[in-house]
Each structure stands twice: as C-alpha cells, then as structure tokens.
Ligand binder design. Sequence first.
Ligand code: HEM
Length: 396
Amino acid sequence: MSGFAESITVEDLERDPYPIYEQLREESPVAFVPAINSWLATRWEDVQIVSNKPEIFSAEDDNAPVVRHFGSPAIIHTDGAVHKELRKGLAAHYMPGKVASYIDGLARPIAKQHIERLRNNGQAELMSEYFEPVSVLCLAKTLGLGDVGSEVLMEWFHGLAMGAINFAQDPERTKQCDETKVQIEAALDPLLTRLEQEGDGSPLSHLLHHSMPEGEVRSRDFILPSVYVTLLGGMQEPGHGGANTLFGLLHNPEQLGALMNDPKTWVPKAVQEGVRWIAPIGTQGRSPIEDFEMAGVVVPKGASISSVLASANRDTAVFEKPDDFDMTRKQSTVASFGFGPHFCAGKWFANAQMEIMLEVLFEMLGDIEMVEGSPPEFFGWEFRAPTSFKVRFKAK
Ligand code: HEM
C-alpha cells in the first residue's frame, strides 16, 4: 500500500484534493485510502476502465454513503434492469431536445429576477444570492416543487450533501441528512399522493407510472432514494458549475474580455472548461464483482472504488497545462459528467442552465471583480465549489 495514500485525511481532501490527486496519479494511480475506506482511481485511463465496465465494476455498493443515507435502490448505485427502470423514469424530461423546448422560458426569468434584486447594491455574495437559488428553483420547477422557496430548497441540498459525502460516518452529518429527508418527504407527500392518483407527465409522475400495468404505480420506497439523488445533484451542481466557471473567468481577464465580446461562442466553451477545471462532482463510486488487476495493483472483489473524475480532468496525458483555466483548449471531452451507463442524466439541462446564468450575469452587470481580501473559499472533493463568492460590480 502506498504510504502517501495511507496518510491522506478527509480534511485534506475536502480542503484541496488537487495536489493529492496529482501525487496519486504520479505515484500510485490506483490506491486504497483508509480514511475513506475506498480505493481511488485517479488517471484518465483508469477512470475510463472503472466507469465504463459495468460488467466488472458494479454500481451496487452497500458501503457507499449515498446508499447508507438515501437507501436502496438509489439510481447511481444500481445495475441492469433496476437502473434502466429508474433512469427511464427520470431522464426523459432532461434529454437535449426536450430541454431545448423549455429551458430558456424556465431559467432566464429566474436568473434575471435574482440579478434584478441585487444589481443596485454594487456588491453581492453570489453563491447564496444568485448561483444556488437560481439552480435550486430551476430543478424544483421541473419536478413540480416550484412553490417551495429557494431558502428551503438550498437547505435540502446542503442537508442531503452531508449524507452523500459522509465517507467517515460522522454522526453529525448523518443527523443533518436524516432530518433533511424527513422534511423533504413531508413536502413531497401531497405532490406524490396527487401524482399517484393522476399522472401529469412530469419527471416524478413518469417515475411513478412509466411501464407499469394499468392502475399500478411504483412504491415510494422504490423511487425515493433516486429522488434524493436527483434533488441533490440536480439542485446543487449547476449553481456550483456556474460559480466555478465565473471564478476561472475572473482570474483570466483576457478570456473574460473575449467572452464579453462574443458570448454566443464563448459562454458554452467557458462552462465546459469551468466544470473541467473544478469538477462540481468529484467521483463515480463502483465496486468490482471479482478481484481486478489494474495499474499494477489488485482491487479486491466487493471493495469500494471511486473513479475520480475531478482528477482525470487534470491528467497531463489528456490535457495540456491542466491546472490552468483555458476556455480555448481543443480537447472537448471532459470527465465531469461521468462515463458509462450512469453518465449524468441532467447534463444538457445543467449545461443550458449554467450558460443562461452566466449570460444573464454578464448582460446585467459590468466590471465584475472579486472583493479584495475575501477571495472565494472552496470546499469539498466529492462536491466542490466556493462556500462564498463575494464580488463588486456596476449595474448596466
Ligand atoms: C454541472 C452540473 C452537473 C454535474 C457536473 C453532474 C455530474 C454527474 C455525474 C458525474 C454523475 C454520475 C454519478 C455516478 O455515476 O455516481 C451524474 C449522474 C446523474 N445526474 Fe448529474 N450532474 C449535474 C447536474 C445534474 C442535473 C441538473 C440533474 C437533474 C436533472 C442531474 C441528474 C442526474 C441523475 C438523475 C444522475 C444519475 C444517472 C444514473 O445513475 O443513471 N445532474 N451527474
């Protein structure tokens, strides 16, 4: 076992995982990390193997924090027929053609309304005042939860995230997640009761009804773990990806200038680069169904292994100067939305939403700059984004 991997702590990873990934890629690209009771595969080529070979690397893993906290079957930790059933239920509303038909009418007014509220203040904390509320409201509206306020929705994803990142089984994180699930279930109850009686074509309705015999619906026990997964990733990540992208742009004024001159060309490229540079979701969790040798080590049957997307995105075998934010880079494939059967079902929805968030921000505010003395502080390895993002600007 690598001495370095043994010395890694959860706190180190949460503070800044990138130097750790760099050392792992060089010294022990597939390594067991005791602090998280999981193997980490950190090179692009090993990430491809773990994520793209479901016949060897099962997504089922009872040890995964998401399974321990959200229950089973949770879509990202299912294989085969159960996975197909859940994915078919959730994904239809977020396919590219469908997203194109509604995203502008959904996301742009929400984004504009939030900038309108802060544009005359000259400064703002963009995580809590813009990126997170816009992100949670967009997803909630698609799920029929548009009446729940953004403050409550933000509490939901923060609480759910405490479960999903709880590799070290911290009781305080468990408590926060459990309390959040109780709140969510209470809020979902009337909606699910109505949808169980009569479907309406929404993602939750589709999840309950699709491919079921006439008069039957799927049970709440069956769908709820995957609803929690979707609420967490779907509400949290576009806001985080948007913020990570803005951070890259504000650090690179030349690129920001080019983007302001031609947003149509550069906003989508900046977003792809933003989520590559700092991946909002760090890993895909898997477990080999038999002992599997890779990168000179044997990952034992039944062990937990994380395919580290955030690290693959910084692999010099694929990306030149990977630690730089560079929206002009030619490599178009990034690892951030995952690979294989579980690649992100909300990728197109998320990309369109992040693009709209940035377009609106730059249309309505000028001279945006970070506040001197309080730079954005990033946290997390499973989920990574600024905890706060203070900026000054002029209203346009
Ligand atoms: C920047 C934003 C986002 C990023 C970076 C992201 C990334 C990912 C990744 C890496 C996975 C694979 C997880 C795994 O295999 O363990 C995933 C799965 C998933 N994502 Fe996203 N996601 C984003 C936004 C969204 C949104 C907005 C939705 C809402 C519709 C969503 C819905 C899902 C679902 C349902 C899955 C499970 C897919 C499956 O297991 O088949 N995601 N996402």
